[in-house]
Design a binder for this molecule. Sequence first.
Ligand code: SF4
Length: 381
Amino acid sequence: MTAAQAEKREDKKFSIWDLPDVPDKLPPHLEFARSRVQCNLDAPVHTESIIYSGAYASMGVDNSVQLDFFQENFSVEVKRLTKDDMEFDLIGSDPSIANAFRRILIAELPTMAIEKVFIANNTSVIQDEVLAHRLGLIPITVDPRLFEYISENDSPNEKNTIVFKLHAHCKRGEPRLTVKSEDLTWLPNGSEYLLEGQNPASSSSSKPKTYTSFSCSQDSLPEFANNPVSTMPEIIIARLGPGQEIEFEAHAVKGMGKTHAKWSPVATAWYRMLPEVVLLEDVEDEDAETLVATCPVNVFDIEDIGNGKKKAIVARPRSCTLCRECLRVGEEWEKRVSLRRIKDHFIFTIESTGALPPEVLFTEAVKILENKCERVFSELS
Ligand code: SF4
């Protein structure tokens, strides 16, 4: 071993990649199969994710996951961020990591959702069960981190329950009435319905018991003082005809999407691999115009190359939906256009239901994945 090699071994960042007889990279055709999905007209190929250390051992290449390499190459680039949705690029990651974030976002991030509905009156055409189900799906715009989970033995209090009431009546002779989510009124003092057996006219000094036991009003808590609890507006709950009436109280509690989809904080969370569209040969003049006209999402543009000639260029590969129409332009077009997906580059989209902004949802998902990893480490050690 040379002095330089011995020095490297002393270095904490030493890895097998530093050994002089380990090739830096694979031959191009293997590197292509490792890093790209090739989307042919009939089916995609090279779809597997190869992270096995011995996959290319016969070539002298170590293909195992390298922490240093991951740290150097991993990045997140936010491409679009609004109040409700977010698109970002997750670069240098394995599909299993992207999928872990997707699954955590859908199933393991808590929100508040209506779980119990106390119906006092319902003469509408919607059955009680259907009405309760519709109410459960209305997103509640409140930070779930301010609340605790409620178990079967807990009594509903200001820390684990939000109470709404609604009373709508379509009077005879009036047009039909549409009852919407904004008609739900937050009750910061908890339920107004008395427990069975309680007498409202009781002379006792203690207050009659209701279905909740709030020790204080929620709007007196600092976290809600300037931020009242509300629901997403404009969601239709019911349509009432003349003479019909609904009156109920709805109690929301904290839960997770893996128990019921109503607690999922995302309308959707999904990802796709970054498209790569390559013209394998020049596509000129009439062929170029045909190609541009074929693509439904305008991936291609025409470039003037002088002498009255034009050629097609790939202008917006990110928009490619993999419809493969460009491979069907004519015979043998698979030899002219190559459609690929980059295996370690994901376009990730999060659509929030409104409880938390999408960027907060992602950071919370990262924390959950981190906790899971720590749990695995502590159980293995
Ligand atoms: S696969 Fe479809 S969307 Fe993608 S470049 Fe070809 S025609 Fe356009």
